[in-house]
Write a protein that binds this ligand. Structure first.
Ligand code: PXL
Length: 270
């Protein structure tokens, strides 16, 4: 009998399957980790504008799902889209009380192409309730600047400064993904409170990046669930995403998701 490691995602369901819970569960599966979810919001897309229609679930429903997951037992947890400061705080409280190890916080603030306003109170709640319990947090440069209280990040020095500030909130490891700010290169950086690790690559030109952030943090979560180190999880998540982006595909002219099976297909020679 194979008993797989298990990971829980506390996030929103994007019905297109590109981002959120579905991206997380696909990633867990690709990395041989059994996936569970606690759904926080249901997201549908406006078929013409592709604007996001976001329907938050009652926090009590989230609590019930979390209780189920804790009764089963999981090896790692990640958080994604949380609809309001109150739910951010409640999820932080539940996670803290549970004593759960391996907590990955993806501080989702905006969906690409969507007009979701950035609520300052959500950022404050993220800092107070989630950064303090994060084994790893995985902001993009926009989210990192918001969390760190800095202007737009423009350089590797800015990334280092933001990571130090976020680490000071209590996040043990900070991974900042800079996919856009450098034009020709994509840079991922891990700060563990002592050292910086950099992965620099030529930037991949693709419009089909829906779910990239969710999938990256889900891969980190899956690797931690299997007992791998944060440094290893960082490298694997980078490889997973690079392959998934190289084979991403369009839904229409506006948007398209990453292809989850890309890395496994290469490794297995399919
Ligand atoms: O990519 C951010 C994100 C996270 N979670 C859900 C989403 C999105 C973007 O569309 O829909 C549920």
């Amino acid at each position: 009998m194979t008993t797989p490691k298990k990971a829980l995602t506390i996030a929103g369901i994007d019905c297109s399957g590109g981002a959120g819970v579905l991206a997380d569960i696909k990633t867990f599966q690709e990395r041989d980790v059994y996936g569970l979810c606690a759904n926080t919001v249901q997201v549908a897309m406006e078929p013409v504008t592709w604007g996001h229609l976001i329907h938050p679930l009652d926090i009590e429903v989230v609590r019930e799902q979390f209780r189920t997951a804790m009764a089963i037992g999981v090896d790692a947890v990640k958080t994604g889209m949380l609809p309001a400061a109150s739910s951010i705080r409640e999820v932080g409280r539940m996670l803290k009380e549970s004593g759960q190890k391996n907590i990955v916080i993806d501080p989702v603030m905006v969906c690409k192409g969507a007009n979701v306003p950035v609520f300052p109170e959500n950022t404050t709640a993220m800092i107070e309730a989630l950064m303090s319990i994060a084994t790893v947090t995985t902001p993009n440069t926009f989210e990192a600047s918001q969390l760190a209280g800095m202007d737009e990040l423009k350089s590797e020095e800015d990334m280092m400064e933001a990571a130090k500030r976020i680490h000071d909130y209590g996040a043990q490891n900070v991974i900042i993904k800079a996919a856009r700010i450098f034009g020709d290169k994509a840079v991922d950086m891990l700060y563990d409170g002592k050292d910086f690790t950099w992965i620099r690559e030529p930037r991949l030109e693709t419009k089909w990046t829906h779910g990239a952030g969710c999938s990256f943090s889900a891969c980190v979560t899956a690797e931690l669930a299997k007992g791998n180190s944060v440094a290893q999880a960082f490298q694997t998540a980078h490889l997973y995403l690079r392959a998934a982006l190289e084979e991403s595909f369009p839904f229409n002219e506006v948007t398209g998701p990453v292809y989850h099976h890309a890395l496994a297909k290469r490794l297995h020679g399919e």
